[in-house]
Design a binder for this molecule. Structure first.
Ligand code: 1PR
Length: 602
């Protein structure tokens, strides 16, 4: 095989007309003489891109002194949470505008977002790839996050092969879902510490948050770099370190207090007392416990957290007011402190009206993301809209505004039903549905599909064309079977839900193919009832798809959480009412699961 470029492997695939393309092999990385040649070649081509394309306009935050960190945000996605975490830790941010800003940085954080090829393309076009290589080779303080780690490698298979910066030997590949592991890898894992990584010194057995479909593998050629690994079917590289250069595959800015402590160690080097690294232990992917806040405007116009009984959110009183269980920002902050692994907001006002007009909801996200350092999901109203002035907004624009305001994932309900129905009818992926468009731009790990099915009892499973299950507990008239009919919101005055000609099973499989990264599986029959999750439904869906499934609706006791994790392959369990009414503290759910031998984030 042809030798691969080492430090010069960052030229994008679009550069094929100017450069020879080199197949990449790990073997090729040991020769230092060819390294020099490739490095020069790399520089020539980077200069070409730098000359051809102008730098973006200056948007930097004015900051000075020691407490400034330089942030490389090339505008491909949402890095708001990284900014929030840096500011929370007392640092100002200076944004990179030109390659010189990288070279002049005292401390550089590179939170890679989006797809590998697109990121390399931008870095090359703006002349930043060259500057990054120089900065890192000079052993200047650097922290790469997620894609910011992957880009340091020679190449990636993501829509590729695509050349990376080539500083670390190895190829970034996709997780294999054929061995039963769900892809994307979403959730909390503990690490296996390999060397003194400094920033991970006090991590011990604590879990950190991952969300990715691609990973780099440890091997003989890159072992000098690997500071920790994580196991998800295979051992993959969780972090690298060489001198002052660090990069992590997980998201410290979304890993709660542990993540903040990792960032703090990078920002305040050698300021901590502990110097001896603590051992990490092998871990499975922890089961997640998610707090959900259904948010809507009440009749007085205030945005409140509400909670339905089988989706009816009004009190059964003469006034028939919207049930008010608290304020969204406060409650989200409380659940974060209580140990929620994620917080989900479902904006059930937004889907009636134009969601970008729902400024309070966007404010809720902005404020929450300033203090809540675990993943935030927001759903409601993600579809194309035309506002009162006739201006058309695409679902992508709606989602982008949610991401910009602090969401890590968006959740699509009604629009995903339409998309799945059309896909099943035509067999064609048009690429035009909200689901396809948003996952193409932000990655499927950022797109959740919320399914809202209700049980339809059957005497005979062959009575319908949809997948039916044999029920563990028979129906009101002794029916032994049911299918789960998907519903969506219809814009009636009383806000009803309409049953659609598609089952939850068919929908789940279709949306997985269309690009959903995760399924939030509700059940209208169980919602707010406190009698436990619908195990039959959750087993049906979690066995049918290879993406993570979040079990939702019906939690009333800690046992219900262990039951759903023991009897189904759900990756997470979500609850609302029991947390809002303070019937079951979130921490006691975690303690119970731990006692039952189910791994949870500690
Ligand atoms: O259709 O894209 O606009 O999204 C609307 C979103 O709002 C969907 O995710 C849909 O599930 C949600 N939604 C619509 N109407 C309601 C309602 O309650 N009237 N909330 C609603 C759904 C269900 C759960 C709930 C769990 C756990 N809430 O998320 O939090 O059932 O509750 P529990 O633990 O108390 O049993 P679109």
């Amino acid at each position: 095989m042809e030798a691969a470029p080492f430090a010069c492997s960052s030229c994008p695939s679009s550069s094929a007309s100017f450069l020879p393309s080199f197949p990449v092999t790990a073997r090729s990385l040991s020769s230092s003489s060819s390294l020099l040649f490739r490095r020069n070649n790399f520089r020539r081509n980077c200069n070409y891109y730098a000359a051809k394309f102008k730098s973006p306009r200056n948007l930097s935050v004015r900051a000075s002194g020691d407490s400034v960190v330089t942030l490389l945000d090339y505008g491909a996605g949402n890095v708001r949470s990284v900014r929030n975490a840096i500011r929370y830790l007392g640092f100002d941010i200076k944004d990179v505008q030109t390659p010189e800003d990288i070279l002049k940085a005292d401390r550089l954080i590179f939170p890679g977002v989006g797809a590998f090829a697109a990121a390399m393309d931008v870095l090359n076009k703006r002349g930043m790839a060259e500057a990054l290589c120089t900065y890192i080779e000079k052993d200047r303080p650097f922290l790469g996050i997620c894609l910011g780690l992957q880009l340091l490698f020679e190449s990636s298979e993501e829509n590729g092969p695509v050349n990376g910066l080539g500083l670390i030997p190895g190829v970034v590949g996709r997780f294999d879902s054929s061995n039963g592991y769900r892809v994307p890898h979403i959730g909390w894992n503990a690490l296996q510490i390999k060397t003194d990584s400094e920033i991970l010194d006090d991590i011990g057995n604590h879990h950190v948050y991952f969300v990715h479909s691609y990973r780099a593998m440890p091997s003989d050629v890159n072992k000098e770099w690997v500071s920790s690994t994580c196991n998800y079917g295979v051992d993959f590289i969780a972090s690298v370190r060489r001198g002052n250069v660090h990069a992590v595959q997980f998201h410290p800015e979304k890993s709660g207090d542990v993540g903040l402590s990792i960032l703090r160690r990078f920002l305040y080097p050698k300021s901590t007392i502990m110097t001896k690294p603590t051992e990490g232990k092998a871990s499975k992917l922890a089961k997640r416990v998610i707090a959900c806040l259904d948010v809507r405007t009440n009749d007085e116009g205030d945005l409140v957290v509400t909670k339905g009984d089988q989706y009816d959110v009004r009190e059964h009183t003469k006034e028939n007011e919207v049930r008010n269980l608290g304020k969204p920002v406060e409650l989200a902050g409380q659940y974060y402190k209580d140990g929620a692994d994620e917080v989900t907001f479902l904006n059930i006002t937004g889907f009636r009206d134009f969601p970008l007009g729902d400024l309070p909801m966007l404010q809720v996200l902005r404020y929450t993301s300033e203090n809540v350092f675990v993943p935030l999901t927001v759903g409601g109203g993600i579809r194309d809209f035309t506002d009162a002035n006739g201006r058309h907004y695409t679902s992508l624009e709606v989602a982008s505004e949610y991401f910009r305001s602090g969401a890590d994932k968006i959740s699509i309900g009604s629009d995903a039903v339409y998309a799945a129905e059309e896909y099943l009818r035509t067999g064609v992926k048009t690429g035009k549905s909200s689901l396809e468009q948003i996952s193409r731009v932000y990655g499927n790990q950022a797109v959740v599909v919320s399914i809202d099915p209700r049980r339809v009892y059957l005497k005979n499973p062959n009575d319908v064309e949809f997948k039916a299950v044999r029920l563990t507990k028979s129906g009101p008239n002794g029916e032994e079977y049911a299918w789960y009919q998907c519903t969506l919101f219809v814009n009636k005055v009383n806000g009803g839900r309409e049953g659609r000609p598609i089952g939850a099973y068919e929908l789940a499989k279709a949306v997985e193919e269309l690009g959903a990264g995760e399924i939030l599986l509700n059940c209208i029959d169980c919602d707010g009832q406190g009698k436990g999750f619908d195990i039959d439904l959750i087993k049906l869906i979690s066995d049918a798809v290879n993406i993570p499934v979040i079990a939702s609706s019906g939690a009333g006791a800690t046992d219900h959480f262990s039951e759903v994790f023991m009897k189904t392959s759900a990756s997470a369990a979500l609850a609302a009412g029991i947390f809002h009414r303070k019937e079951v503290p979130l921490q006691s759910v975690k303690e119970h699961l731990s006692k039952e031998g189910i791994e949870v984030r500690i």
